[in-house]
Design a protein around this ligand. Structure first.
Ligand code: CP
Length: 325
């Protein structure tokens, strides 16, 4: 069990080794149990986390903020537009200055081509841990909550379990590609055969695909790509279907919209879920476009684990904060 994580950043999914992620899971389950029993666990008393948001959030903000309070500390909610970032504060100022005020800096910056670079630039200058609350490339805390949920529903021995990570149609906005990228990097390490399903224009970053193939090879599991949602769902144990933008294909918003419209039939509905195993679970990080991306029947149905998944954000994040801050 690797426990020396104090001072570490979590920016990408592979920043922590598999053994270190197992430590996070162990602590997360313990914290979940403690909360259920009303057992105080003030591991971060007097510590303060800065939460710097360049993008909106429901779950991430709520769970980090509640998590810090439950650990005996405090989280400061800071929207980038209320800071002096637009007037000249660079990542160096944020890292140097916030690093001296706060015991950790959590950042959400999802702008394509900018977010991950910004977070890494702040990390260069910060003396305290940097936690990635989602960037254009990774959403590591979502992925930890997902792993925790899969362990709860399917057990820890995930060998020969098929997980499909599928693109789905949505109209609300061009969603980041960070969730599917995090999933294809982390899940093979835990024994799942991962199938990535998407229309051709929704491919992920080539360097992330190469890293995912390497992880699957090292773990001795399958990693396949298909261009048909139904084929992806076939015999799956875990269905994780969500929308993302055609960002790798085009940076033109109008072209992206036109491409997306071609695939309105990529919805998770009762017919497609029937292709998966009878006891398959349905996962989504939320927010979802109801009855566009997924039907109400599936999202609110017996196979859906989306609320447990959202809850586990709290426990997984508390574990990482308690271990690193
Ligand atoms: N899943 C997730 O990150 O949700 P929010 O965007 O609401 O934080």
């Amino acid at each position: 069990m690797q426990t020396y994580l104090h001072g570490r950043d979590m920016i990408g999914d592979l920043d922590f080794s598999k053994e270190e992620v197992e430590t996070v899971m162990d602590v997360a389950f313990d914290l979940k149990r403690k909360r259920a029993l009303n057992e105080p666990h003030p591991y971060l008393r007097d510590k303060v986390l800065a939460m710097l948001f360049f993008f909106s959030s429901t779950r991430t903000r709520g769970s980090f903020e509640a998590g810090m309070a439950q650990l005996g500390g405090h989280a400061a909610f800071i929207e980038s537009k209320t800071t002096q970032i637009a007037h000249g504060d660079t990542p160096k100022e944020i890292g140097e200055i916030f690093g001296r005020y706060y015991d950790g800096i959590a950042i959400r910056h999802c702008d394509w081509g900018l977010g991950n670079r910004y977070i890494n630039d702040v990390a260069k200058y910060s003396r305290t841990p940097i936690l990635n609350m989602q960037c254009d490339i990774y959403h590591p805390f979502q992925c930890l909550a997902d792993l925790m949920t899969i362990w709860e529903k399917k057990g820890r021995d995930l060998r020969r379990r098929k997980m499909v990570v599928s693109w789905a149609y949505a109209e609300s906005y061009s969603k980041p590609i960070s969730v599917p990228q995090s999933l294809i990097l982390q899940m093979p390490r835990f024994g799942m055969d991962v199938v990535l399903a998407h229309p051709p224009e929704f491919r992920l970053m080539p360097e992330i695909m190469d890293m995912a193939k390497d992880e699957a090879k090292k773990a001795g599991v399958g990693f396949d790509v298909v261009e048909d949602m139904g084929e992806g769902f076939k015999d799956a144990d875990i269905v994780y279907a969500k929308s993302w933008g055609p960002l790798v294909h085009t940076s033109d918003a109008k072209e992206g919209e036109a491409i997306t419209k071609k695939y309105a039939n990529w919805i998770t509905d009762e017919k497609k879920m029937k292709l998966a195993k009878e006891d398959a679970i349905y996962m989504h990080p939320l927010p979802a476009d109801r009855n566009v991306e997924v039907t109400d029947g599936i999202l609110d149905g017996a196979q859906s684990v989306v609320y447990d998944e959202a809850e586990n954000r709290l426990h997984a994040q508390k574990a990482v904060m308690a271990l690193t801050m």
